[in-house]
Design a protein around this ligand. Structure first.
Ligand code: G3P
Ligand code: MG
Length: 343
């Protein structure tokens, strides 16, 4: 019948659209739920007129915990199941680097969670800055090293180890120590601490950053500096000390590689949901940060929705990176507008 035709047409359209959600400032503020986030996920998970699941994945510049732990935490806050198969955080694509580097320095994050992340990614020999400070405290002259930190670090004779790459996974908890050790390594002969290369370029080990956000909204009224600011500081120091530019690789939004990775995740999530491994045609990115979520989505040909629950606090639209689908009060308004358009 006609009613049935209309219904199956809508089901087909629903399978041809997908949402990509930013997390901080769209669905949650830290550990605090944004209520419209829960409502949206319920609707997309099948609580809708069609009774079907509308595909969606999560693309966050967040970092610092294994994917499984973060998804469990988010599932609780949002009261909807979030699978690691639909979840990309800033360092998720860096998993691929485990194939190329054996011994790596992993920087940033709380405690030893990033060591855990790197282990989970398959890196074999993982060093964190505290391992180096425990070996030779004079490397970080102003650092006060606690007994607890000493007990949990893994010192060895780093003058006999070649560190093959530096991976900044998350925000540095101690800029002075981390910057000192990173600059030491970048200036060394092939990542050997205690050496200084004559030519700064030919023996330099590579450095990777998981994301480039300059600022991050927190409990503090003015956004705090994030990994992008740390990187710019390092680049300036390195240039001043060596006279050459630092080459580096940055992951995360709005870098192109991250969006390509998101397409792969979307296609395989489509396979899980609907048995068809393909990227839906109409993709909507919902984000709060014009300088990462929106500019990246615009460049990649996605429909972009900017919400007012996070970083963006401007007028009608962002002036530099306007959202092409529109600006919305919150994620519910954005998602329902997209569904009205597509279905
Ligand atoms: O700035 C780092 C992080 O907190 C941003 O997360 O989910 O807004 O990309 P998200
Ligand atoms: Mg955000």
């Amino acid at each position: 019948s006609q009613v049935q035709d209309v219904f199956s047409d809508k089901v087909q359209k629903a399978k041809n659209m997908a949402f990509v959600f930013d997390i901080d400032g769209v669905l949650v503020h830290g550990d605090r739920l944004i209520p419209e986030g829960k409502r949206v996920l319920q609707m997309l998970n099948g609580d809708n007129q069609l009774g079907i699941k509308i595909p969606h994945i999560f693309l966050t510049n967040g970092s610092g915990k294994p994917e499984k732990a973060r998804c469990e935490q988010l599932s609780k806050i949002l009261q909807n199941p979030i699978s690691t198969d639909q979840f990309i955080q800033s360092h998720t694509p860096m998993r691929a680097l485990a194939e190329y580097y054996n011994t790596v320095l992993v920087v940033g994050g709380e405690g030893y969670r990033c060591r855990e992340v790197a282990e989970e990614y398959g890196f074999k020999d993982i060093i964190v800055p505290n391992d180096i400070v425990a070996w030779d405290p004079s490397i970080a002259p102003y650092r006060v090293f606690t007994e607890e930190e000493r007990a949990t670090s893994r010192p060895r004779d780093f003058s006999k180890v070649n560190i093959e790459a530096i991976l900044v996974f998350s925000d540095s908890r101690d800029y002075a120590t981390d910057m000192q050790i990173i600059v030491d390594l970048l200036r060394s002969e092939n990542g050997r601490l205690g050496t200084v290369a004559k030519d700064p370029v030919s023996q330099r080990i590579p450095i990777y950053f998981s994301q480039g956000d300059l600022l991050c909204p927190t409990e503090h009224p003015i956004p705090r500096m994030s990994q992008g600011a740390f990187r710019i500081g390092l680049e300036a120091m390195y240039k001043a000390l060596t006279g050459v530019e630092l080459e580096r690789v940055v992951y995360g939004k709005p870098e192109l590689a991250t969006y390509k990775y998101a397409d792969e995740v979307l296609a395989s999530w489509m396979e899980t949901l609907h048995g068809e491994e393909r990227v839906p045609q109409n993709i909507y990115m919902v984000g709060d940060n014009p300088a990462s979520d929106i500019v990246g989505g615009n460049m990649y040909g996605w429909n972009t929705c900017l919400v007012r629950t996070g970083v963006f606090q401007g007028g009608e639209n962002d002036e530099e990176n306007p959202a092409n689908f529109g600006v919305f009060a919150n994620v519910w308004e954005a998602v329902t507008a997209a569904c009205r358009k597509e279905l």
